[in-house]
Design a protein around this ligand. Structure first.
Ligand code: F6R
Length: 366
């Protein structure tokens, strides 16, 4: 059942190229230059004319929502707010009939996300679900939706659900962008073609496994770890930190790289590993200067870089290469090494990777 892998989590990490293909298959038709999503097509006007998109989710799904915020605003030019479902529902939020609320949930059973959707519906918003589990409560409660089609995710730490959520949300953003004319046909086509290359780019990222394992061995005894990224890769930093916390029980925090100087930089010393996402696109030079700041304080730098990078290689203690892609799609590849890094650290520490202590796969309590 684990398909020859030692743990479900590792199997699910490796399933991502296939899972993403399953997510876009039949929806993305590059030859015809269209994206077809029944739940969106049936409600296209309503969704594309949204005054605002509200995204509600918890945990890793919330991180996918943050990535989606950058993608929706960039491509479809619709204002987006991303909320923790648990905070949103308890603070008398301002919701109008012109709002579209998107609930992201792997299990489709998360109690707070479900309650947020019910609340928004009562106030007249259109509710759209992005769930993995077919027929789940949230998928039934929403007006429309799009499944991620990632297949069952057994490991408690979410991996393929995250990247397939981002895939669905990217397709949705592209569809709305096309409808509203906020991107050109050429750009639209470029995204579709690049999305088709993502599964093989993830395959290459997965090939870094042995090297990542070696890095894991060096840092497995760290007590703390920082994760930094900017732009599209800021939510990836949050997700990397969450993965490490939940399965290895090492304290980790993710920050937007520029926030370092507003506090967290005080933590840096020779004991502190800092994982920095420093891919070529997206404020590269700014990230390089953040790396210099860490280096001058003797922090240990593990950098996720674009293949062929030389500048960061000179500064970092370790580099992990990922293939280059369009900036909004980078989270789909930069996430992979972070999943593998936490996986290997947790295994080396002898932790129960698939069923970490205190955690449940679906959180149906409030
Ligand atoms: C992290 C993790 C949790 C879930 C969160 C939301 O690896 O598994 O943070 O992402 O509990 O769950 P869903 O997506 O089922 O609503």
């Amino acid at each position: 059942e684990k398909g020859g892998y030692e743990h479900f989590m590792l199997k699910e990490i490796h399933e991502q190229p296939t899972a993403i293909k399953d997510t876009y298959r039949g929806r993305m038709l590059p030859d015809e230059g269209i994206i077809r999503m029944a739940g969106v097509d049936d409600n296209l006007e309503r969704i594309a004319n949204a005054k605002r998109i509200l995204i509600v989710a918890c945990g890793t799904s919330w991180h996918a929502g943050l990535v989606a915020e950058y993608i929706f605003e960039e491509l479809a030019r619709i204002p987006v707010e991303v909320e923790y479902a648990s905070e949103f529902r308890y603070r008398n939020p301002i919701i109008s009939e012109k709002d579209v609320i998107i609930a992201i949930s792997q299990s489709g059973e998360t109690a707070d996300t479900m309650a947020a959707i019910k609340l928004a519906k009562e106030k007249g918003a259109f509710a759209f679900g992005v769930c993995n589990v077919v027929g789940s409560s949230i998928s039934r409660e929403t007006h429309a939706g799009a499944y991620t089609h990632a297949g069952p995710e057994i490991g408690v730490a979410s991996t393929k659900a995250f990247t397939t959520q981002i895939t669905v949300l990217t397709l949705l953003a592209l569809k709305l962008a096309k409808q509203n004319g906020t991107i050109s046909h050429t750009e639209f086509m470029t995204y579709l073609q690049e999305m088709e290359r993502i599964p093989s780019k993830i395959e290459s990222a997965l090939e870094g496994d042995e090297h990542i394992k070696m890095i894991a061995d060096i840092y497995k005894d760290a007590r703390n770890c920082l994760y930094l990224g900017r732009g599209y890769n800021f939510p990836v930093a949050l997700e990397g930190a969450l993965k490490l916390k939940e399965i290895s029980y090492i304290h980790a925090e993710g920050y937007p790289a520029a926030e370092m100087k507003h506090g967290p930089i005080a933590l840096i010393d020779e004991e502190m590993p800092v994982v920095v996402i420093a891919t070529k696109k997206g404020h590269y030079e700014k990230v390089v200067s953040n790396i210099q700041e860490i280096k001058s304080r003797k922090g240990k730098i593990i950098a996720i870089v674009t293949e062929g990078d030389t500048e960061v290689r000179e500064l970092a203690d370790h580099v992990i290469e990922v293939p280059e892609t369009l900036e909004p799609l980078t989270p789909l590849v930069t996430t992979i090494p972070l999943q593998l890094l936490s996986y290997h650290i947790a295994v080396m520490l002898g932790k129960n990777v698939d069923q970490p202590r205190n955690l449940a796969k679906s959180v149906t309590v409030e």
